[in-house]
Write a protein that binds this ligand. Structure first.
Ligand code: ADP
Ligand code: MG
Ligand code: MG
Length: 258
């Protein structure tokens, strides 16, 4: 079993204007995700949820000013983006947004080769990809298309979960996997996430603004995220409260504490 440990994480974001001071976004995040556990991070827009996933992914614009991130005791902050993937972290946005001229099937095989340390045998690979695509209701023609070129929001999300099913990471961080999905796509994508949990027994950090995906994916742990930190943690009942009452109570408490 694996464990991702985030301790007192502070992160600044570099502004587009190089002369401007970086903005302090994450203000002390503490979180531990173990194999087989699903954690939901829920918070209002602009609270810093994506900043957390970018920081774990190693995006250069996001500077960790203090705190630590470890995977099974190894210092993630010392790792390059590729090393993080090889260590078993899955972060959808560590992959390029659009890669014209590179087909999906080639791209996936390259990603699998990077993570596994050797190229998957072609015959097995073709079968693997076919099976994973069928599971996600993805048209086989999808494999011949250029990476993310002209993909709809829903197709990008399916592609994300296709990678999840093929790369078998230890811990997966899924940021707004539910955004832009209609009900059918949401169900298929959620089933993919649940399959990953059941077959790979991976740890999942599900980052979302809305509660609707939690009808399909059932986290054991729910964390409310406001103004760059986790302000409350609990079980599924916390998500029920958010669905009913929104973030107001937590935002007020955070504003009074600040
Ligand atoms: P969330 O994912 O919860 O909506 P984000 O992490 O995307 O929140 O953003 C948190 C805050 O950081 C927001 O106020 C946003 O405007 C700011 N921010 C994020 N990335 C950048 C950036 N690259 N440049 C400037 N500000 C940023
Ligand atoms: Mg946002
Ligand atoms: Mg976000």
């Amino acid at each position: 079993p694996s464990v991702l440990e985030i301790k007192d994480l502070h992160v600044d974001v570099a502004q587009t204007d190089e002369n401007a001071e970086p903005i302090h976004i994450l203000k002390g995040v503490n979180l531990t995700v173990r194999s087989g556990e699903t954690h939901a991070i829920m918070g209002p827009n602009g609270s810093g949820k994506s900043t957390l996933s970018y920081a774990v992914a190693g995006h250069p614009k996001y500077q960790v000013t203090s705190g630590s991130i470890t995977l099974d005791g190894e210092d993630v902050l010392e790792m390059s983006v590729d090393e993080r993937a090889r260590a078993g972290l899955f972060l959808a946005m560590q992959y390029p947004v659009e890669v014209p001229g590179v087909s999906m099937s080639n791209f996936l095989r390259t990603a699998a080769t990077a993570v596994r340390g050797e190229a998957p045998k072609l015959r097995h690979w073709v079968k693997e990809v076919k099976g994973a695509m069928t599971d996600l209701d993805i048209d086989p023609a999808f494999g011949e298309r250029s990476v993310n070129e002209g993909f709809s929001g829903g197709e990008k999300k399916r592609h994300e979960i296709l990678q999840l099913g093929l790369l078998h990471p230890k811990i997966a961080i899924l940021d707004e996997t539910d955004s832009g999905l209609d009900v059918d796509a949401l169900r298929v994508v959620s089933e993919g996430v649940n399959r990953y949990k059941e077959t790979d027994h991976g740890g999942i950090l599900l980052i979302t603004h809305y509660t609707r995906i939690l009808r399909y994916i059932h986290p054991e742990f729910v964390h409310v995220f406001v103004d760059g930190r986790i302000v409350e943690s609990g079980g599924p009942e916390l998500a029920d409260e958010l669905e009913e009452k929104g973030y107001v109570r937590f935002q007020q408490a955070a504003a009074q504490g600040a």
